[in-house]
Design a protein around this ligand. Structure first.
Ligand code: NAD
Length: 715
């Protein structure tokens, strides 16, 4: 062996071929932490100095190639000054340049995921051979930065400016066929053929059948477009990319500007431009928040793995109720490989549930993600039924019938009597206490909450709710099932509304108060969308359903009468009374009509103000800052309360619950991160200005104490 480290080794592959192998000791994946990069530098130097080396293969001994840079090292690195960041980046680009400058041909054998820095290394080699199973890409913009180790430079020269703009600014992962089509890899082969194919390519280079030098030179020269062509390519991309990214996410446009700036330069000058732009982005609040989100996501997944440890997998599931949620759960379970029985009391509902699953699967087929056979197979995994005949076989049942405690208790008790020993019952209730529902059951230890969000196939979060009597096994199995469905489970303790809805309802209360005081709901939506929410509160209420919000509000008012009960009629009560239920019946705050694709399109009708007469105050113009403060204060305080009350275990789980459950703007990092950023002292001062709005605007004693001591949630 020419070199042996903890993460990188160099093996003799015979006939003058050497193989640089990534295999990070003690980890399930390879990643570029500083120690690995140092070893790579030494390994490349060893190859360079050795006698008789004719070609070099880069490969991985793990299922992934290299997943990317070690993001846990970013936080420390990004705290440095810009010049220091640039210097650090250029140290790594030197290593990648040394790979590119080896005096012999080089090939990367991409067996699995090669993202970010992992793919940038592949770009530094002369050729890339990719397994049909692998994925490549440069997802850095999702962290508020862009590729800094030569990715923007080499890719734009290799696959052309238009493609590179899409790869870098979109940040998506590419499957083998797409990567080959764009020219980002040179060949795609079956996994078992990969190493031989890559070695064969090296031999052909050595035999002079491929001009690897010419290929290498392409990456080191300016792009091959004229000035005018360059200008057209970059200027026309600006509008599209800017619109896609939105004003809160500067990285995609910064990446574009960097690629434009270095398009006319040779390699080393271009790399310097890239590094300088990278350092600027690394210093933004957005990248700090997004890197934080990545770390919190990892922490949440780790916590879930811990909860699920030792759980028996769910081999057969069932769902009660084939409505919006039940149909979604059935689709998600079946498409991720867990067969599911779907029971309803109504034949027509079963058909609607199946139709919904069919529609979603047809969409997958249309997008090329599934073939017809796959679709048929998935559909056979959903078995509709009107009775409990096969329930003796079921490991876990998700109850998703109407949100009515009496009906739920009756249905749960009835179901329990048909289940085998040890089977788990989980309720998808949005608000009703799990401990309360458990009183109807003989084995409350086998019962918990499993709260999905609508639409099930799209929303990543599942709250797993532990009732007073829920056993650890029930939690473990439910968490494991949520993971098997591709969801991110967060375990929370029982209370009305659990974590996410308990926080959402005070936010809605903030909205009602704003309207009471004369704000126009369109103005409120605009301000909150400007803040970064995917939709404003009026629109969100229409999407959630005014009836759902009304009933939820009753439960929350009962659960937390001190602060969530309200006197007199508010806007949600009025809408409910008028049967303006939102999107589901075509009118709520807004009216809805189907667009060309049949999706509900929001329209505004002035007459709605007359309907709200008496529950809204005389119209007054409030500025966005005031609206944002009045909406965010109750939300943030309730998040802090959930943490203090032990409903959620950690700030990271609380914040990710909000990001994944209700679309809290990721670039703001979550409610508790937002409080840290603002400073709890400033927040408490701001809340004091709105104290007359009631107890939802009153920070907890603990918050005030933290403010006085200068404490933060993230330490
Ligand atoms: P829905 O009205 O669309 O569906 C309920 C289904 O349950 C209907 O098909 C009905 O026929 C069926 N049903 C009623 N009694 C039944 C019984 N005894 N056995 C089997 N099926 C029965 O309701 P939904 O929106 O899907 O909500 C279901 C549950 O999910 C509720 O608890 C709700 O609070 C919760 N939830 C809803 C959302 C949402 O946005 N819709 C989000 C999260 C959670």
């Amino acid at each position: 062996m020419l070199y042996a480290g903890q993460a990188v080794s160099v093996r003799d592959a015979g006939d003058g071929l050497y193989e640089i192998v990534f295999d990070l000791a003690g980890e399930s994946v390879n990643k570029f932490n500083q120690a690995t990069l140092n070893e790579l530098r030494d390994a490349v130097a060893a190859v360079r100095e050795a006698d008789g080396v004719k070609g070099v293969l880069f490969s991985s001994a793990k299922d992934v190639f290299v997943v990317g840079a070690d993001i846990t090292e970013f936080t420390g690195m990004f705290e440095n000054g810009e010049d220091e960041i640039v210097a650090g980046i250029l140290e790594t680009t030197k290593i990648f340049n040394a790979v590119e400058d080896l005096p012999v041909p080089t090939v990367a054998a991409i067996n699995g995921i090669a993202l970010g820095g992992g793919f940038e290394l592949c770009l530094a080699t002369d050729y890339r051979v990719m397994s049909t199973k692998a994925k490549v890409g440069l997802p850095e913009v999702k962290l508020g930065i862009y590729p800094g180790w030569g990715g923007t430079v080499r890719l734009s020269r290799l696959i052309g400016v238009d493609n590179a703009n899409e790869w870098v600014c979109g940040g998506s992962e590419k499957k083998a066929a797409a990567a080959l089509k764009d020219g980002a890899v040179d060949a795609v082969v079956a996994p078992e053929m990969l190493r031989d194919a890559a070695l064969d390519l090296l031999r052909q280079c050595i035999d002079g059948k491929f001009d690897y030098q010419a290929r290498r030179a392409e990456k080191q020269q300016p792009v091959t477009l004229s000035q005018i062509e360059q200008m057209m390519a970059f200027e026309s991309a600006k509008g599209v990319i800017g619109a896609q990214a939105g004003k809160h996410y500067p990285a995609p446009l910064a990446a574009l500007a960097t690629m434009q700036k270095h398009a006319g330069l040779t390699r080393d000058a271009a790399l310097e431009v890239e590094a300088r732009g990278f350092a600027k982005l690394a210093k933004t609040d957005v990248s700090r928040a997004l890197v934080g989100i990545f770390m919190k996501d990892q922490a949440v997944k780790k916590a879930a793995r811990k909860h699920a440890r030792g759980a028996e997998p769910v081999k057969q599931a069932a769902v009660l109720g084939a409505g919006i949620m039940g149909g979604g759960v059935a689709y998600q379970s079946a498409s991720r490989g867990t067969p599911i029985l779907m029971k309803d009391i109504n034949e027509q509902a079963l058909q609607l549930g199946l139709d919904e699953a069919t529609k979603l699967l047809a969409g997958q087929v249309k997008r090329g993600r599934l073939d017809a056979a796959g679709m048929a197979k998935t559909l056979t995994q959903i078995r509709p039924t009107l009775n409990y005949g096969d329930f003796g076989n079921v490991d876990l049942v998700v109850e998703a019938v109407v949100e009515n405690p009496k009906i739920k208790k009756a249905v749960l008790a009835e179901t329990e009597s048909h289940l085998k020993d040890g089977a788990i019952l989980a309720s998808n209730t949005s608000t009703i206490s799990i401990t309360e529902l458990a009183t109807a059951l003989e084995k409350p230890e086998n019962f918990c909450g499993m709260h999905f969000f609508n639409p099930v196939h799209r929303m990543p979060l599942v709250e797993v709710i532990r009732g007073e009597k829920t056993s650890d096994e029930a939690v473990a199995r439910t968490v494991a099932y949520a993971q098997a469905m591709g969801k991110t489970p967060i375990v929370v303790n029982d209370c009305p509304g659990f974590l996410v809805n308990r926080i959402l309802f005070p936010y809605f209360a903030g909205f009602s108060l704003l309207l009471r005081d004369g704000a126009d709901f369109r103005q409120v939506d605009k301000a909150m969308e400007g803040f970064g929410w995917p939709m404003g509160p009026a629109y969100l209420l229409d999407v959630v359903g005014i009836d759902t919000a009304y009933h939820g509000d009753e439960v929350m008012a009962q659960g937390f009468p001190d602060r969530m009960a309200h006197e007199g009629e508010n806007v949600v009560d009025r809408m409910f009374k008028l049967e303006r239920l939102g999107q589901k019946n075509g009118k709520g705050f807004y009216a809805y009509e189907p667009d060309r694709k049949g999706k509900p399109k929001k329209i505004f009708d002035e007459s709605v103000f007359e309907l709200l007469d008496g529950v809204v105050g005389e119209r007054q113009d409030l500025d966005a800052e005031e609206i944002i403060a009045r909406m965010m204060i109750p939300l943030c305080i309730e998040t802090a309360r959930c943490l203090e009350d032990g409903i959620v275990a950690t700030p990271a789980e609380a914040d990710m619950g909000l990001v994944y459950g209700i679309g809290f703007p990721p670039f703001r990092g979550g409610a508790l991160y937002y409080l840290d950023e603002m400073g709890l002292d400033r927040f408490c001062e701001m809340a004091a200005r709105y104290a007359d709005l009631g107890p939802l605007y009153q920070p907890t004693e603990r918050m005030k104490q933290m403010a006085a001591n200068g404490e933060t949630y993230y330490g």
